[in-house]
Design a protein around this ligand. Structure first.
Ligand code: IDP
Ligand code: MG
Length: 150
């Protein structure tokens, strides 16, 4: 099992797409194991996007992420990190495959609705940064139908 950090960004919250994003992950069978609706302090935003600090769009990205509340979440499942990235689609919605969140719901490279961890190390780092120690998972009655081999 893997866990991934996912965030509905301020544009998704403002546009009323929190439920839509959650539905897409729920419908895939992923399990919600943490959630927090919050306005992001600047320091947390800068830490979260630390690897992008030298990019020209970094100041705008920090302004955007701190501009309104976000829905921060942790989702669990087999191959959760890659599965979530696939469901999100490419960073630039113009390059995202139809059927992905970003292709279906967004049109701008900055305001692209959703964040998802890009690898196991990033996921561990981001979950720790946003949630600390989340603790154990829980069983769902239909887990055996969704991931019988896990
Ligand atoms: P990702 O969100 O698909 O992992 P990253 O390259 O990690 O993409 O970039 C983080 C976020 O920074 C993007 O989701 C997007 O909001 C923003 N971003 C990325 N590239 C650009 C750009 O060229 N212009 C403006 N914003 C960008
Ligand atoms: Mg990224």
């Amino acid at each position: 099992m893997e866990r991934s950090f996912v965030m509905v960004k301020p544009d998704g919250v403002q546009r009323g797409l929190v439920g839509e994003v959650i539905s897409r992950f729920e419908n895939r069978g992923l399990k919600l194991v943490g959630a927090k609706f919050m306005t992001v302090p600047r320091e947390l935003a800068e830490q979260h996007y630390e690897s992008l600090k030298d990019r020209p769009f970094f100041p705008g990205l920090i302004t955007f992420i701190t501009s309104g509340p976000v829905m921060a979440m942790v989702w669990e499942g087999p191959i959760a990190i890659a599965s979530i990235r696939k469901t999100m689609g490419a960073t630039n919605p113009a390059n995202a495959e139809p059927g992905t969140i970003r292709a279906d719901l967004a049109i701008d490279v900055a305001n692209n609705i959703v964040h998802g961890s890009d690898g196991p190390e990033t996921a561990a780092r981001e979950i720790g940064l946003w949630f600390g120690d989340l603790g154990a998972s829980y069983d769902r009655a239909n887990d055996q139908w969704i991931f019988p081999t896990k």
